[in-house]
Design a protein around this ligand. Structure first.
Ligand SMILES: [Zn+2]
Length: 216
């Protein structure tokens, strides 16, 4: 079986999304890229995460073509593979419909840096990519453009995408983005939120880059 290890990583991440309450039904998808082999392990389309096994995770190439697996790959495969083609610095993509972040995407408003953690991975506000239909190349392109060189983006009227050089980081960021959106919305319901000062955001972002160093 191809990418056994990567399939397990994707499976574990999918279970974490369910546990976190960040996906509803079969919506949301996760992938992990093996850069050496230029193959991607990705969640299958339409299969509830609760019923999934690591073997159900499918393998596609960088163009999204099915290489191995019993199921159709996620409907958002074009977006995932576009990220791997265009962003060589990443190996994991997490897409959720977590409630508060999606609420911000419906307002078409970036999530401002209201908590320090957001500065760590995002370097400021989480931007909103313009609306595009589910499963299209356009969705991927808009997301990629709006994200720039950072690691998180909202998809207008849809959800969130986070990326990372490993799955832990992409998942962690998905949690942070949702948390920041929740805090922001609650704070705004009774007043005007204060933002983390700009100079601290930059400092935290630089710190996080170093913090994530791999062991040599
Ligand atoms: Zn989606």
């Amino acid at each position: 079986m191809l990418l056994k290890e990567e399939r397990k990583i994707v499976y574990d991440a999918a279970q974490a999304l369910v546990k976190g309450g960040w996906v509803t039904g079969t919506w949301g998808n996760v992938s992990f890229c093996n850069r050496e082999r230029e193959l991607v392990a990705i969640t299958p389309s339409g299969l509830p995460y609760e019923d999934m096994t690591p073997e159900d995770v499918v393998v596609v190439d960088l163009e999204g073509k099915l290489v191995e697996g019993a199921w159709k790959p996620s409907s958002e495969t074009p977006m995932h593979t576009m990220f791997y083609r265009e962003r060589e610095d990443i190996a994991a993509v997490v897409h959720t419909h977590s409630t508060y972040a999606t609420a911000m995407s419906v307002l078409n408003q970036p999530i401002p840096p209201v908590i320090a953690e957001l500065a760590l991975g995002v370097g400021g506000s989480v931007p909103v990519a313009p609306f595009a239909r589910v499963g299209t190349e356009e969705l991927g392109r808009n997301a990629l453009q709006a994200m720039g060189n950072y690691q998180a983006v909202l998809l207008q009227n849809h959800g969130v995408v986070t990326v990372g050089k490993d799955m832990g980081r992409a998942l962690n960021l998905a949690a942070i983005v949702e948390d920041a959106a929740r805090v922001y919305i609650i704070a705004r319901s009774i007043g005007v939120p204060t933002l983390v000062p700009e100079e601290d955001i930059q400092e935290l972002f630089e710190l996080f880059k170093g913090y994530g160093q791999e062991k040599k």
